[in-house]
Design a protein around this ligand. Sequence first.
Ligand code: ZN
Length: 78
Amino acid sequence: MYYSRKRLEDIPQEATAIWSCIQEDCNGWIRDNFAFAEVPTCHQCQSPMKRSMSELPVLVNKREDQKFLKKGVQIEKE
Ligand SMILES: [Zn+2]
């Protein structure tokens, strides 16, 4: 009914596979789609990273967004 009320808070989130740094005092992490098949190393402290899931806002890069709009291509794919 009142869709316009909280548009900014309605950024969709999805469970996203990420790699997070094993060092507790390091907040380094990357999205899994940036990673390779092997365990990546943290770009901040060079520690190994562990795979985990995190609820992240669905990020849409503005340039990508425009590209997708032009092509009419869905972001999701197998
Ligand atoms: Zn780190």
